[in-house]
Design a protein around this ligand. Structure first.
Ligand SMILES: [Cu+2]
Length: 121
């Protein structure tokens, strides 16, 4: 998939942090792409760490043949939900909250299928 550009930051790669000159001069804008695999009723990795305010692009691949989903547990964190039909890859973008904390996400269809997103500077 071609990468898109938001402001002057780059989407893709891992841990791009750029200082925007025209868009938001005083704010460091970071973006990161995180690959997640749903396989055998588990998310891998099960632990993810991002920076406060970071733009995160989740690329979630379901290698199982059946449906999973990806649902954030903390409404305030605003993690978008995804439906993941079998053998598909879905992408969603999320801006991490500015507050440090731990934000669980899970597949509501399969108990124990969860991952933890830690926001920490
Ligand atoms: Cu599932």
């Amino acid at each position: 998939m071609a990468s898109s550009v938001i402001g002057s930051s780059k989407i893709g790669g891992s841990g791009n942090c750029v200082k925007s000159k025209s868009y938001s001069p005083k704010r460091r804008i970071c973006s990161v792409e995180i690959q997640i695999t749903a396989a055998n009723l588990r998310f891998a990795p099960a632990q993810i760490a991002v920076k406060p305010g970071e733009m995160v692009r989740f690329v979630v691949t379901n290698t199982d043949s059946y449906l999973h989903n990806f649902v954030g547990q903390d409404q305030e964190a605003g993690i978008p939900s995804l439906n993941l039909p079998g053998n598909t890859t879905q992408t969603v973008t999320w801006t991490a909250p500015n507050a440090e904390g731990t934000y669980p996400a899970l597949c509501t269809l399969h108990p124990g299928m969860s991952l933890t997103i830690t926001v920490k500077d």
